[in-house]
Each structure stands twice: as C-alpha cells, then as structure tokens.
Design a protein around this ligand. Structure first.
Ligand code: SF4
Ligand code: SF4
Length: 115
C-alpha cells in the first residue's frame, strides 16, 4: 500500500528530501509526475488517465505535507523501509489501508517512474 500522511503532521519538512520518488509535497504546492523522476513525456496514472509528465496537479492537502499515491512506491526498489516514516518525528507517515498494493505493483511503478 502507499504511505499516507495523517493530520498529526507538524509540517517539519523532514520527510520531503528523503523520498526517492519526489512523492512528498508541502501543503498547497502543486505536484507533477516529472518532479524528481525520469518521466518526461506522457504518463498513465493509476486511474487510467493519461497526463503530460509536466502537468501540474492540485495539491492533495492545502495545509499539511502530503504524499502523491501515484508516485509513492513505499520506497520499494530503493530502501528497505519507507524513508518518510523512518524520519518522521511524530510517526504520522503510515500505510494507507485503502491502497493495498503488491511488491510487484510497487516495483513496476518504480520502474515506470525511473526508466
Ligand atoms: S514511502 Fe518512500 S516513496 Fe513513499 S512517500 Fe515515503 S519516502 Fe516517498
Ligand atoms: S516528517 Fe512527518 S511531521 Fe514532518 S512534514 Fe513529514 S509527515 Fe509531517
């Protein structure tokens, strides 16, 4: 499953630079697939929609740091454990029970983001 940031976030920013997929954004900041990835053309999101890699998307949260599910691989392919959860001082980076994904699916996403 993807990792999600809960409302306990204190906006310290420690997690953002640790993410190998640039999946973490400050609240209110628009996200793009191309940020911190190798994708430069089009990209198919998990909902099936095809978007330009550089297209800017609405923030998932306007107040707190957030994780883009389409970019989170639970750090699979890079690290043994989710790096955001490892550095978060208030333990608010937790598995999202609504997004359960296999290791294969996470690795496939990692490969699609970093061709
Ligand atoms: S689990 Fe890893 S890939 Fe997902 S948001 Fe956290 S640091 Fe990024
Ligand atoms: S490390 Fe934790 S508290 Fe700090 S910004 Fe990230 S999710 Fe929020």
């Amino acid at each position: 499953m993807a990792i999600i940031i809960t409302e306990d976030c204190i906006n310290c920013g420690a997690c953002e630079p640790e993410c190998p997929n640039n999946a973490i954004y400050e609240g209110g900041v628009e996200w793009a697939i191309s940020d911190g990835t190798a994708v430069s053309d089009e990209y198919t999101l998990e909902d099936g929609s095809v978007v330009p890699a550089k297209a800017k998307h609405k923030p998932v949260s306007d107040e707190l740091y957030y994780i883009v599910p389409d970019k989170c691989t639970e750090c699979v392919g890079f690290h043994e454990e989710p790096q955001c959860a490892a550095v978060c001082p208030v333990d608010c980076c937790v598995p999202d029970p609504d997004r359960r994904e296999s290791q294969e699916a996470l690795l496939a996403r990692k490969d699609r983001l970093h061709l």
